[in-house]
Write a protein that binds this ligand. Structure first.
Ligand code: LLP
Length: 435
């Protein structure tokens, strides 16, 4: 077979030009030459393009996009969204510190997660976050104590588990009964009632997050209907639910998926709210209930590639292996979720292809990036692993004492090193030889 490489998925910002793969106006081969591999390369135009889709969706609405920063928390990526007016969905004190370091507004931060520690609650209270998304009664109790000790009031939503199936991978589906996340929706009224009695808390909203890489509208609308029933019941008891947070989860294109448009989602959400007469806050004419979303992957996933160089070709009886210099420590998704990431030659050859498993140098059979890929390869060739902007660098480890990759942000024909490559010395810096 001759080399028939696909054009990059999802994004016009990575494209072939004069026989080479580019990020915006820069040849990826030049970046690899200059900064080495493995190398994460992000496109600023792609980040802006992804944000624009959300900006169009919230235009003219009291809606807030809180970037689910666990997907990619590089300071320059955060800064990009902060400057565009985004809020942030955080899950740790460390993420809060990053928001602040990047110039984000803590007043637009929602704090999610099942295991918030007291010090993290304190830091978030002092920073003045918009809302704590609380996931259990025990957590409510602790938050109440921490807030009282600080002499502050914690704005609270309960994260409810609406028990809907988002139709995605079990590891990234979170809204089913058997998950550890949230409070069962049937128990929610009782927990809200208890929360009302606790000092130091102010109930402001309701929250859910049903899963990730969702490409259908219906799971969102199923969850929304259940949440609206709950809001109606809560408001009948005199509570005011100022905002509804529907979480993140919008899918991206890894292969042939057709992503959900943020505007299509929000148009449908607002139509339901209006149809049920629940857009306006009760007793507050003209003031609309605020909708919050926490998208992560859909803002960054297609904005990045992982560049890697072929070290060795190892032909085999049943399989050919292309051993590359990136590994599961750089990109865990293939082995953890059996996730598919496209793999493109940076400078395609015109010869015969063979079928390769693209694998890393780590001492684990699970160390693979792609299986059964038709490629025309020689040692030394550069490959680009697609859709590596989300849940890639943030999930990287130093397994096998492999320093983590550098990160580059491309802007037109300019580029910035937004994270330096780690060194082996840094990896050992905190260690010592016991006497
Ligand atoms: N909000 C909450 C409460 C979340 O738990 C998540 C993701 C998000 C928002 C953002 O979801 P997104 O829009 O990115 O789907 N490591 C996995 C994905 C784990 C997602 C965890 N929670 C992966 O590589 O596919």
């Amino acid at each position: 077979m001759t080399s028939a490489f696909a054009t990059p998925v999802g994004q016009p910002w990575f494209h072939y030009h004069e026989g080479q793969l580019y990020a915006e106006d820069l040849a990826l081969s030049e970046l690899a030459e200059r900064h080495g591999t493995p190398l994460f390369v992000y496109s600023r135009a792609a980040l802006r393009g992804a944000w624009e889709r959300y900006a169009r969706a919230i235009e003219g609405r009291d809606a807030l996009i809180c970037y689910g920063m666990k997907a990619n928390s590089n300071l320059s990526v955060l800064r990009e969204f902060a400057q565009a007016g985004a809020g942030f969905d955080i899950v740790s004190g460390g993420e809060l510190a990053r928001v602040i370091a990047a110039g984000g507004d803590p007043g637009k931060v929602v704090f999610s997660g099942v295991g918030k520690q007291a010090w993290e609650m304190r830091a978030a209270l002092r920073a003045g976050v918009m809302c704590f998304n609380v996931e259990s009664e025990a957590e409510l109790q602790q938050l109440s104590e921490v807030a009282q000790a600080e002499g502050l009031t914690a704005p609270v939503s309960l994260r409810v588990n609406p028990d809907v199936d988002p139709g995605t991978h079990p590891y990234i589906s979170t809204g089913l009964k058997e998950n550890k996340f949230g409070i069962a929706i049937a128990d929610a009224p009782a927990v809200y009632a208890r929360a009302r009695e606790l000092p130091g808390l102010h109930l402001v909203g309701v929250d859910c997050h049903i899963g990730s890489q969702i490409t259908e509208l219906s799971p969102y609308l199923d969850a929304l209907e259940k949440l609206l029933d709950l809001v109606r019941d809560l408001e009948a008891t005199g509570l005011l639910i100022e905002h509804m947070d529907l979480g993140g989860g919008l899918g991206i294109r890894y292969q042939q998926e057709v992503p959900l448009e943020p505007k299509a989602l929000l148009d449908a959400v607002y139509a339901r709210l209006e149809a049920r007469g629940m857009l306006e806050l009760p007793g507050q004419p003209g003031r609309s209930r605020r909708i919050v979303l926490e998208p992560g992957r859909s803002l960054v996933g297609n904005a990045g590639v992982l560049l890697t160089r072929v070290e060795y070709l190892k032909p085999g009886e049943v399989k050919n292996f292309a051993i590359v210099d990136a590994a599961m420590n750089d990109l865990l998704r293939p082995t953890l979720y059996e996730a598919y990431h496209g793999i493109l030659p940076v400078v395609p050859r015109a010869g015969e292809t063979a079928r390769y498993d693209v694998v890393g140098p780590i001492c684990e059979s699970g160390d693979w990036l792609g299986r059964d890929r038709e490629l025309d390869l020689q040692a030394g060739d550069l490959l680009a692993v697609e859709s590596a902007g989300a849940y890639a660098m943030v999930m990287a480890s130093q397994y096998n004492t492999r320093p983590r990759a550098a990160e580059i942000l491309v802007d037109g024909d300019r580029h910035y090193v937004v994270r330096e490559r780690e060194t082996v010395a840094q990896l050992m810096a905190g260690e010592s030889l016991a006497p």
